[in-house]
Design a binder for this molecule. Structure first.
Ligand code: KIV
Length: 305
């Protein structure tokens, strides 16, 4: 890996000519597996958090359709539309400059075939400013993956627990737990690699199965609930920050309780307003005494009609 790919805080702003951290590309991310460097991926859905994800030095920023649950308040990702995703993607692209940006194809945007997949993916690149797209599924998506790649659109695949199929799967359940199901998943992953996917998300599968997939594929595997052997790891931002209380998957690690901090801050605001402590002089505007006197004199006169 070249020096250009070092984290922002490693790029030597302090000495010599400032070097801006270079934007990561699809080949950079693929090369990270070859070079034995772990890949970090995080979701974001707006410009403010995208800026923070970028500052933290995360490699890949996914505008996930998990937005349906953690931002839009749906019980699953299924109702999310292409318009929802493109709007959020464009905001994320305005906020982040270094990470590779991946837009998640929502349910219904690619299951209808390669032409629809191309149309939706093109919107992600043109309107949403994404570098690549992600889509869920195994061999049934190979034709669409190939069509996208052949037309210059990089694809991240996603197998294992595919939340867009949650109704069919009977819930958010760990997949590939039997030898037969694991073999099917491994063959799916190989087929997606053959179709040109540059990377693959492995969600909620036994760690030994993820290890086998990671060994057999040349492209990077990005795990979420798939154990430590994957080439990279992804989590949902709202799980990491404690911003989503409705449901916490076993694999999600909470690194901060921002939700708790938000409630505490809002309670303090609520109490300050009710008691009259806010706004105080520090948070209010003044005007010249002479102007205020003039206003008072003016107000003593009858109102102009
Ligand atoms: O939508 C999403 O956030 C995802 C990740 C969990 C990989 O697909």
């Amino acid at each position: 890996m070249t020096e250009q790919l070092e984290r922002p805080h490693d790029t030597g702003y302090g000495g010599g000519a400032p070097t801006l951290p270079r934007k990561l590309t699809v080949p950079d991310v693929v090369a990270m597996k070859r070079d034995g460097r772990r890949i970090t991926m995080m979701t974001a859905y707006d410009a403010a958090f995208a800026r923070l994800v970028d500052r933290a030095g995360i490699d890949v920023l996914l505008v996930g359709d998990s937005a349906g649950m953690v931002v839009l308040g749906y019980p699953t990702t299924v109702p999310v539309t292409m318009d929802d995703m493109v709007r959020m993607a464009a905001a994320v692209a305005r906020g982040a400059s270094r990470p590779l940006l991946v837009g998640d194809m929502p349910f219904g945007s690619y299951q209808t075939g390669p032409q629809d997949a191309l149309r939706g993916a093109a919107r992600f690149l043109k309107e949403g400013g994404m570098d690549a797209v992600k889509l869920e599924g195994g061999r049934e998506t190979v034709e669409s993956v190939r069509a996208l790649v052949d037309n210059g659109i990089s694809v991240m695949a996603h197998v294992g627990l595919t939340p867009q199929r949650v109704a069919q799967l009977g819930g958010f359940k760990t997949q590939a737990k039997t030898s037969r199901a694991a073999r099917r998943l491994i063959d799916d992953a190989l087929a997606l690699e053959d179709a040109g996917a540059f990377s693959i998300v492995l969600e909620s599968i036994p760690a030994p199965v993820a290890e086998i997939v990671t060994e057999r594929l040349a492209i990077p595997t990005i795990g979420i609930g798939a154990g430590p052997s994957c080439d990279g790891q992804v989590l949902v931002l709202h799980d990491v920050l404690g911003l989503f209380g409705d449901f916490k998957p076993k694999f999600a690690k909470r690194y901060a309780d921002i939700g708790g901090a938000v409630v505490e801050a809002l309670r303090a605001f609520d109490a300050d307003v009710r008691s009259g402590a806010f706004p105080d002089a520090e948070h209010a505007f003044t005007m010249k005494e002479s102007e205020l006197d003039a206003l008072r004199r003016n107000l003593a006169r009858p109102r102009a009609v």
